[in-house]
Write a protein that binds this ligand. Structure first.
Ligand code: SF4
Ligand code: F3S
Length: 101
């Protein structure tokens, strides 16, 4: 599966979820998560993110390994709680902790 990592935190540009063919992006207040049960590894989302937050599971940088499990847990919980996947671009959050380069 693909994984949303730290750079998404407080940014939420949402360019990624627009291009996903299987609608596997979920969100909370701070970032987005990919549901690994549904991701088909098409890679379409990777170049869309302006802060390079998305990696294939096998390429997640060492310091962000915990995001693999975090995506799985958060996506499953958000889905179970009845939250809809996101498929449309939202106004970016771009909060103070967003580290846009
Ligand atoms: Fe969706 Fe493809 Fe990105 Fe997986 S790799 S989250 S299927 S756009
Ligand atoms: Fe986050 Fe990048 Fe998508 S900032 S919302 S992973 S486009």
């Amino acid at each position: 599966a693909h994984v949303v990592t730290a750079n998404c935190y407080d940014c939420k540009y949402t360019d990624c979820c627009v291009v996903c063919p299987v609608e596997c992006f979920y969100q909370d207040e701070m970032m987005l998560y990919i549901d690994p049960q549904d991701c088909i590894d098409c890679e379409a989302c990777v170049p869309e993110c302006p802060v390079e937050a998305i990696y294939a599971e096998g390429n997640v940088p060492a310091q962000w390994q915990s995001y693999i499990q975090l995506n799985a847990e958060k996506a499953a919980a958000l889905k179970a709680a009845g939250n809809a996947h996101i498929t449309e671009k939202q106004e970016p959050k771009e909060g103070p902790e967003c580290k846009k380069k």
